[in-house]
Design a protein around this ligand. Structure first.
Ligand code: UGA
Length: 490
């Protein structure tokens, strides 16, 4: 488990209280999902007075009890801490929350459960919130919006105000750049703040946002609304492109018996390239990268624009999952009736999020090829949800339970506890000494010494891309897996 009470976030809290005399702002946060709650908590952390609006009764109940309905390291502690300071409260009453607020952040879903754009919630939300806002307040959209939604929101907000006989208000798009698992840090210490100002009749909107971000040391970039949201999308599209590039490179490394960590290290000293987000494996998952790539490709098709690079990013990402299953099939001599242990289910460590998680696709593919699949993830919530999503998936209570009697092991998520498993002892627990490492997280030397046949992505295992050739024990000089991983993290 990865809850870290009393960890770095506690130190951050005490360091941030009372931020050098800046007058506090009254803030309303509409939507207390992932993005909204982090924004509310961060705003309270900076000394502002925040009311978070949440319409889901269960979520509201949890928040009012000082609990976080979503898992994010450090978040629950700050929800409870700021409830105690009185700077953060939660309500289902939009009018009450918005009255007197200088800034109203809106962070509601812009996609449906399948990851396709869906603007209905945003339209409904704006229709309810905008007429209630004070004339000198600024409406700030935090949700990720494609350009077509930006173009819709700008006149919609004006029309709602004028229909309600209210003066126009300032409107800004302020995209978030927070990673799950690091969201509080990314909010409180951003690399950049982007303010896409759509309208600001009196200049009060930008002034309020500059005050809000006064203690941030990063550059504050002011630009047009569509530019701001495209910057957000472009950042994720580029990160996805880097990962698919690394995966393409990994296939080349496998054919040539090279090690991708070495190759990336060699590239990384060129400041034009860098070394982050180039870790090869089963590809990117989560609620952001996969659907934003897919939807951008779909939008481009609708607009009659050719985006072959992004289409390739998408198909390489899908291919990685299939390659992983093909490798398990090749190394076990066929999957039918084989017991495959999957370590990890979440789309990355330090989250319980299963949205577009590669592990789910892989489990389904293995089951469709008649394997028996038993999975373990350190997050109990993820285990429970996965069991509900995939009928025949067996869920183990511990990693050792999952591994016991397995014909092969697939590493899906690089949780530190999997890297630290006593692999030499485990070779006696599993039935087949085969490990396919979907995250290039394990030490090939350790695995070889423990007697495993180890296959990874671009680590000199010389496995053909389609998995047809059996993987060999890694060749070449030893590599330091920890430093290689540090390289690939952003
Ligand atoms: C992503 C972006 O990184 C954030 O900057 C952005 O704010 C966020 O989306 C968003 O739009 O809200 P997140 O979805 O939390 O953040 O996940 P990432 O850390 O980007 O990881 C995405 C996936 O890529 C994971 O499955 C991860 O395992 C995979 N990955 C990452 C790789 O396969 N290789 C790498 O080198 C890095």
């Amino acid at each position: 488990m990865c809850a870290r009470p009393g960890g770095p976030e506690r130190r951050m809290l005490s360091a941030r209280l009372g931020r050098g005399g800046e007058p506090a702002l009254k803030i309303a946060g509409v939507g207390q999902g992932y993005v909204g709650l982090v924004t509310s908590v961060g705003a309270a952390e900076w000394g502002n007075e925040v009311v978070g609006v949440e319409i889901d009764p269960q979520r509201l109940l949890a928040l009012r009890a000082g609990r976080s309905p979503i898992f994010e390291p450090g978040l629950e502690e700050l929800v409870a801490g700021h409830a105690a300071t009185g700077r953060l409260s939660f309500s289902s009453d939009t009018g009450e929350a918005v009255a007197g607020a200088r800034i109203v952040f809106v962070a509601v879903a812009t996609t449906d459960s399948a990851g396709a754009w869906d603007f209905a919630t945003m339209r409904r939300c704006l229709t309810g919130v905008v007429p209630l806002m004070d004339d000198d307040s600024v409406l700030v959209i935090r949700s990720t919006c494609p350009p077509q939604l930006v173009k819709e929101i700008v006149p919609l907000v004006d029309a709602i105000r004028s229909n309600a006989d209210r003066a126009p208000i300032a409107l800004a798009f302020n995209p978030e750049f927070t990673r799950e698992g690091n969201a509080l840090h990314d909010f409180l210490e951003p690399d950049r703040v982007i303010l896409g100002i759509a309208s600001d009749p009196s200049g009060l909107g930008e002034a309020a946002l500059r005050q809000f971000y006064a203690t941030v040391e990063a550059p504050i970039l002011v630009m047009g609304a569509a530019d701001a949201m495209l910057s957000k999308l472009a950042s994720n599209l580029y990160l996805a492109t880097k990962i698919s590039f690394a995966n393409e490179l990994a296939a080349l490394c496998d054919v040539h018996g090279s090690r991708i960590e070495r190759v990336v290290e060699g590239m990384s000293y060129d400041p034009r390239i860098g070394g982050s987000f180039l870790r090869a494996g089963i590809g990117f998952g989560g609620s952001c990268l996969p659907h934003q790539v897919t939807m951008t490709v779909a939008d481009a098709e609708t607009l009659g624009i050719d985006v072959p690079l992004l289409a390739a990013v998408d198909s390489i990402n899908a291919r990685q999952r299939t390659t992983f299953v093909d490798r398990l099939a090749a190394l076990t001599g066929g999957l039918e009736g084989r017991r495959i242990a999957l370590l990890g289910l979440t789309f990355k460590p330090h989250t319980d999020d299963l949205r577009a998680a590669p592990g789910l696709d892989i489990a389904r593919d293995l089951l469709s090829r008649d394997a028996v699949v038993v999975a373990y993830d350190p997050m109990e919530t993820a285990r429970q949800r996965a069991a509900g999503l995939i009928d025949d998936l067996l869920i183990a209570d511990t990693a050792i339970d999952a591994l016991t009697g397995a014909d092969a092991v697939g590493l899906i998520t690089e949780w530190p506890e999997f890297v630290a498993l006593p692999w030499a002892d485990l070779a006696r627990v599993v039935r087949g000494q085969v490990v396919v490492d979907g995250r290039n997280a394990l030490d090939p030397e350790v695995m070889a010494a423990a007697g495993f046949t180890y296959s990874a992505f671009g680590r000199g295992t010389q496995t053909a891309q389609d998995g047809s050739a059996a993987a060999s024990v890694p060749v070449g000089s030893p590599i330091n897996v920890r430093s290689a991983l540090a390289f690939s993290e952003s």
